[in-house]
Ligand binder design. Structure first.
Ligand code: G3I
Length: 334
């Protein structure tokens, strides 16, 4: 008799969730363990929180998340080894305060990846190695981050090589957002194909899945999963939520009626969207090796602060009291 979300999906894929250390106690931990069998650190394993100064690592939060996973026999996904956001300033500067050389930066990236991946070897089964390297502007290919400015394209392959050397068993992912949109999908595909052709140790692609009641369509989602898996890569949904607001600024500006109220109409549209995307997930269970939600319930979601600070959002399957929403029942009823 299924009990929590994960139980309905036990023959499909692990059901994961992004957590903060404070989620791992009392009723929140109970709720988590009832519904999920995989966890990811929402922030604790990013470079800035973990490695704020040269030769200094802050392990407590990351360790508490890994230990919780290990102690309860659930999977732990690592996030993220190389990202342009939440990367500490010192990483990109030399001893004189000038921009670091390529050699220096790659040496630091290697040290960081070796230290972190080896510490959790055998405990973290999959890593987001490179996060969000494709530019938002469709006319460009890679994002003009400090990683790119200093190293050119090389930092991407290097990051995967370092991670593979540090833990040859870990599944290594490239992770990005808006990947189901055709123009970005094509550029992500181009990058992944290059890496695969060059025999870089990459094993999967993470589609973040910061979606909304307006996107993606069933066809777009299906096409993206098929196109990426045709490269022989695993596909995971790594940061799932379904915003009740449209993502684009232009469209947002035309909606002055947005007031943070979760109307019956919005609930229905969100329920339909969740039903649709989970149908596609189930149809692709051979290549889809994990689905991770970005936060536990509507009580706390990063979308309350982004892109509009203080506008309440309701993007998850559980409400502010941790009770299953209409969308939950639709997702488990198949
Ligand atoms: O911990 C500090 C705190 O000490 C400080 O006082 C406070 C003041 O701003 O900031 C706190 O850090 C914040 C951190 O979340 C923890 O709450 C950062 O400012 C804030 O920028 C950070 O936001 C996170 C964001 O990534 C940037 O790292 C979100 O929680 C997190 O949900 C979000 O997750 C990302 C994925 O990693 C990658 N894909 C997109 C996704 C959503 O943006």
């Amino acid at each position: 008799e299924p009990n929590g979300l994960k139980d309905y999906y036990h023959s499909y894929f692990p059901m994961g969730v992004a957590v903060r250390p404070s989620d791992l106690k009392d009723e929140t931990a109970e709720f988590l363990l009832k519904n999920f069998n995989s966890i990811t650190a929402e922030n604790a394993m990013k470079m800035q929180p973990l490695h704020p100064r040269e030769n200094f690592y802050y392990w407590r939060d990351a360790d508490s998340i890994v230990n919780f996973g290990v102690n309860h026999g659930i999977k732990v996904r690592g996030h993220a080894l190389c990202w342009h956001e939440q990367a500490p300033d010192w990483m990109f500067k030399d001893a004189n305060g000038e921009l670091a050389s390529k050699d220096l930066l790659l040496q630091r990236l290697k040290d960081h990846i070796f230290t972190v991946v080896k510490r959790y070897k055998g405990k973290i089964y999959a890593w987001d190695v490179v996060n969000e390297a494709i530019d938002d502007n469709p006319d460009n290919f890679l994002r003009n981050s400090l990683w790119y400015q200093i190293c050119g394209e090389d930092f991407i392959a290097k990051a995967f090589e370092y991670a593979h050397e540090a833990d040859p068993q870990a599944k290594l992912f490239y992770n990005d957002y808006n990947v189901v949109r055709p123009e970005k999908r094509e550029r992500v595909y181009r990058l992944l194909k290059k890496l695969v052709d060059a025999k870089v140790p990459i094993h999967g692609v993470g589609l973040q899945g910061h979606w909304s009641i307006y996107e993606p369509s069933e066809a777009e989602l299906k096409t993206a999963i098929e196109q990426f898996s045709s490269l022989g890569l695993d596909v995971q949904i790594t940061e799932l939520d379904v915003s009740i607001y449209p993502w684009e600024k232009e469209r947002r500006a035309k909606r002055p009626e947005e007031d943070g109220v979760f109307t019956a109409d919005l609930q229905n549209r969100q329920t339909e969207q969740y039903a649709k995307i989970f149908k596609v997930f189930r149809q692709n269970k051979k290549v889809l090796t994990g689905v991770t939600f970005w936060n536990l319930s509507d009580r706390y979601t990063w979308l309350d602060h982004y892109p509009v600070q203080g506008r309440k959002n309701y993007p998850l399957l559980f409400d502010q009291d941790f009770k299953p929403k209409k969308a939950f029942w639709e997702v488990v009823n198949f």
